[in-house]
Design a binder for this molecule. Structure first.
Ligand SMILES: [Cu+2]
Length: 319
């Protein structure tokens, strides 16, 4: 009897081990086919679903597949817990068989988590490498220059600091800078700052990257796939007017982008360029955000009629 049960138990353990490993693995494979459908059905498991670049979609797919794998493992573990609670509930006062250890089970619950983490790490590394990938010949190069407290976008004719700027847009307190870019092309961003650390962030890219002063020239690439207008922000607390560093990304078709860039190269301003591709009137200016009032005359810590503590104290002495 004893020999029989010990022979059965390892086989059962092996079966459970097989299930535990095959379940998540199968799911990761299957989920690749219908990630979007499952994401839609479950509110995207909390992940922003409005990505506008191929890179953003890869990150979305990774998140949905990871959550599905986690849920499968979770359901499996919860099932085991409830099965144990019911199957081995107290039936009398007789003490059950006391087992000191079960080697197959110990191996199972050591190896399985390691395998799950390895699979998650593998896919994370693949997606991260893909998101961070730089191609040799991007279709467009944009130099992002951050400064206190705004942005300048330079369209470049090549890669690196030696390339030339062919058109430039600079933001001011009165006009939000607009960055026009095409869909379907590889766009390289080269970032530099004139003063402090800023961070270039368009929420719909699901991506931000710090902009450093000095020799650091951070780079990244995106391929946009949805036309539209998207607000961009500084995501690094950089100083007094950090919150005012908004810009707008305008994604248009490659044909319209070519028209825009040609107009800009021929001397048109950003707004004239926007009008050339059909954004007339108010639409030539940012629509997703607006300039902030940078004059702090009201509710300021530096009220003109306030009296400093030291000065007041001198006055009351009647000197
Ligand atoms: Cu900033």
């Amino acid at each position: 009897m004893g020999a029989k049960s010990s022979a059965v138990r390892p086989r059962a353990a092996v079966r459970i081990a097989g299930l535990g490993l095959a379940g998540p693995a199968l799911l990761v494979l299957l989920s690749g086919c219908s990630v979007n459908g499952i994401g839609d059905a479950f509110s995207h498991f909390g992940w922003p679903s409005n990505g506008i670049s191929l890179q953003a979609h890869r990150m979305y797919d990774l998140w949905i597949a990871s959550v599905i794998a986690a849920l499968v493992v979770g359901i499996f573990v919860w099932g085991l817990i409830f099965w144990c609670i019911i199957r081995y509930r107290k039936r009398g006062d007789e003490l059950p068989v006391q087992t000191r250890f079960n080697m197959p089970m110990e191996v199972l619950y050591t190896v399985t988590p390691v395998l799950i983490v390895a699979v998650l790490f593998y896919y994370t590394a693949i997606v991260q490498t893909d998101v961070d990938k730089l191609t040799k010949n991007p279709d467009q190069v944009v130099e992002v220059v951050a400064f206190k407290w705004n942005w300048q976008f330079n369209y470049r004719d090549g890669l690196g600091e030696e390339a030339n700027t062919v058109a430039s847009t600079v933001g001011s307190s009165d006009i939000i800078p607009i960055l026009v870019l095409p869909t379907g092309e590889k766009i390289r961003f080269e970032e530099t700052s004139k003063d402090v650390i800023h961070s270039f962030w368009v929420p719909e890219l699901l991506f931000k990257r710090d902009v450093f002063p000095g020799n650091v020239r951070n780079q990244f690439e995106v391929t946009l796939d949805r036309e539209g207008r998207y607000v961009g922000r500084c995501a690094e607390l950089c100083g007094t007017y950090h919150a005012f560093m908004n810009f707008e990304l305008v994604v248009v078709s490659p044909e319209k982008f070519d028209q825009y860039l040609t107009a800009r190269k021929n001397g048109a301003t950003t707004q004239e360029g926007m009008e050339a591709i059909g954004f007339t009137g108010d639409k030539a200016y940012a629509t997703t955000t607006q300039p902030f009032n940078t004059r702090r005359q009201q509710h300021s810590w530096n009220q003109t009629n306030s009296v400093a503590a030291g000065a007041g104290a001198v006055a009351t002495t009647g000197k």
